[in-house]
Design a binder for this molecule. Sequence first.
Ligand code: FAD
Ligand code: NAG
Ligand code: NAG
Ligand code: NAG
Length: 540
Amino acid sequence: MTRLHRVALSSALLLQSLAFASPEPCLNGLCHFTRNKLASRTVASELGPQLSKNCNVYGPDDTQFGNCTARYDPFFTPKIQMVVQPATEEDVPKIVQYASANGVPFLAMARRHGMTSTLSEFDGMQIDMSLLDKIEIQPDGKSAILGGGVFAKNIMEKLWDAGYVTSSGSTSCVGLLGPALGGGRGRLEGYYGVVSDSFLKLNVVLANGTAITVSETEHPDLFWAMKGAGHNFGVVTSLEMKIYPRGVDTWYYKTYIWTQDKLEAVFEASNAFHNDGNHAGHHLKEMAFNMGSYTMIPSISETEGVIFWSFVYRGSKEEAQPYLDAFDAIEAVSTEDGNVPYPDIPGVSGTGMNSALCDYGLNHVHYPAGLKVWNVTTQRQIYDLYNEKIREYPEFQRTTVNMEDYSHEGVDAIDPDTSAYPWRDRGLLSFIAVTYDPNPALDEAAIAWAQETRDLWNAGAPDLLPSTYVNYAHGDESAESMYGYEPWRLEKLRGLKAQYDPDNLFSYYNPIIPNMNPRSTHESNFQGRQIGAKSKSRGQ
Ligand SMILES: Cc1cc2nc3c(=O)[nH]c(=O)nc-3n(C[C@H](O)[C@H](O)[C@H](O)COP(=O)(O)OP(=O)(O)OC[C@H]3O[C@@H](n4cnc5c(N)ncnc54)[C@H](O)[C@@H]3O)c2cc1C
Ligand SMILES: *[C@@H]1O[C@H](CO)[C@@H](O)[C@H](O)[C@H]1NC(C)=O
Ligand SMILES: *[C@@H]1O[C@H](CO)[C@@H](O)[C@H](O)[C@H]1NC(C)=O
Ligand SMILES: *[C@@H]1O[C@H](CO)[C@@H](O)[C@H](O)[C@H]1NC(C)=O
């Protein structure tokens, strides 16, 4: 670790070194000059004196570096030259200014669950937001101030204990802003909409290092954009979010495991449950979220995937039962149910801190599709393909095919034009994650399987334009499929990019405007990097 010493250098020296470092304005991707190979010690001595005392700078030789850069999904990895950890919000503009002045690309990260191929184009400074973790409930009990590095588990627990809830992703280990800047899907969307629908105010550091506040009344166009396309516009150092009374003390959950002969019955029941995608007046917000997967459970079968499904209900078993009768009627291998407080719901539905879903370090080659109904024929085709591939590639047996069905009242209640999140009409979200120990020899087969599965979903929904929830994107999808097909949406987003990020510095996470200088084509600064089969999957 290189602790930063305020006294290390006089500010005159610092300014001199910066001036020397960057003799001309360096536009990202266009400059001839970058100090990207700066040693972390140099960064610490140059940038350090400007930062608050608990900041850290780590380089590849520091013991903490591995811990700060370990990724959920190593398949598409950004190349990290150094990690800077701001300890206060005021540090962030200084870090961004320093990175820009030195031509060093930068990227904010919280929980490192980003899994899109476009992250592979990054080579530069990770701004690790994890020390910015405050959660402060406001005295009126209507909102909370949250740091830019908070994550789902902490928010759920801290608010619940104080009598509140707010929207977040469904998985305990995932950051808040990673999901929320792309909309954010979670168990409370039936009540309060997608996660970004609860934003009140964002404190944002723009590409030029200027800190601004973004809300309904301050920079309202940017506020619109950051609710759905926010990864493209700035670093969020903190935000104010609406919070809500927590409601009932326990939620009811029930999980089922079915063998494949029940597949048609399960998806027919599921379509009836969500009224064939017609949410109005039907899909109860209390019946918050259900999701299923095709998965291998060797104790049931070593050759055939099973169907796992989990329902959660904000209320009692008695209230939930009428909705579950149809599923109880399908004979299951096993079921499990119970009542637990909301923060314990992830733990009992497969999305908790200790679940396989939260393990770091395995490849998850994924493709998503947004749907309205389950096409039962398609679901069977995808299941058969699953068994076939697991037989052919035993290395892939931790693969899951995932189907998510969110309650929708709160999402439908919001005018779709009021945010950059374009997919309010797609209640169902599905994705495959071909899962295996990193092994380049298998990458091509993994990509092909994942793509084929996504294509089957889309072919099974001939009336829908293919949609991609931006946070589940593989990274090679069209901007329209992520940010919306209505031409005004991308026009507006591109206009805002010209205004707020003219040099496209925020272009590594499913960018609106593609990065023109991916590291794989940038000669001397980006040596020693193997992207191989992975980078080939990018491109339209
Ligand atoms: C196991 C798992 C479960 C998931 N569950 C859900 C879910 O329930 N709901 C859902 O909607 N999505 C979910 N996702 C998808 C998730 O939204 C994305 O993977 C998201 O990018 C993860 O955010 P992170 O903070 O963990 O990752 P990071 O890799 O740290 O961040 C991802 C990106 O977000 C941006 N970012 C992060 N913090 C900031 C900040 N403070 N300011 C500006 N930009 C920032 C950066 O562009 C960064 O590259 C899940 C993903 C995984 C792997
Ligand atoms: C990494 O950091 C986390 C959180 O600070 C800590 O719990 C864990 O033990 C660390 N792991 C290593 C290998 O240092
Ligand atoms: C289901 O998918 C098939 C293609 O596999 C398609 O021909 C059919 O129209 C789809 N059904 C519906 C109801 O969309
Ligand atoms: C930074 O960009 C914003 C938005 O374009 C602009 O309002 C502000 O003046 C810029 N600040 C500086 C220091 O250039």
